[in-house]
Design a protein. Structure first.
Length: 143
């Protein structure tokens, strides 16, 4: 019998090549990509370097924290997401800017500030059309 027929929800990892959740209990981190030829770093992986067109790429972990560049709050998000939902772009020390959900309780969303330090966490980002929980990276304020 299918798990969904049992009304049990599955967890699905959205793009497992985007981030790593270490088995040893360490905090999760994003996977950046660096060009071996020119050193340009980016996220997520592209087939070739956007600067020099080289296909010599290597995986490199990004730092676990970054600074909030900008954000918005959606009060009417797409299906499968709960409102209000904060999303933003975070600048990492490696020169990479990454967009994702900012995990804040609705009553604390007003405390989000440009420049605040955020860290990568793994968590449910939405439900798919079958009601399964989709897991990916999110950001939370550094305490």
């Amino acid at each position: 019998m299918d798990k969904n027929q049992n009304n049990e929800q599955q967890q699905i990892v959205f793009h497992p090549d985007f981030f790593v959740v270490p088995d040893n209990g360490e905090k999760p981190y994003l996977i950046g990509f660096s060009c071996k030829k020119c050193g340009k770093m980016w996220f997520p992986k592209l087939p070739i370097c956007p600067d020099c067109w080289s296909d010599e790429l290597e995986k490199k972990p990004l730092g676990r924290t970054g600074k909030l560049y900008t954000y918005t709050v959606m009060n009417v998000p797409q299906p499968g997401l709960k409102a209000p939902l904060a999303v933003g772009y975070i600048d990492f020390p490696e020169g990479v800017r990454v967009g994702a959900q900012i995990d804040m309780p609705p009553e604390k969303i007003g405390e989000i500030k440009i420049g605040m330090e955020l860290e990568v966490v793994a968590g449910v980002v939405r439900q798919d059309s079958n009601g399964n929980k989709v897991i990916s990276y999110r950001f939370i304020p550094v305490c």
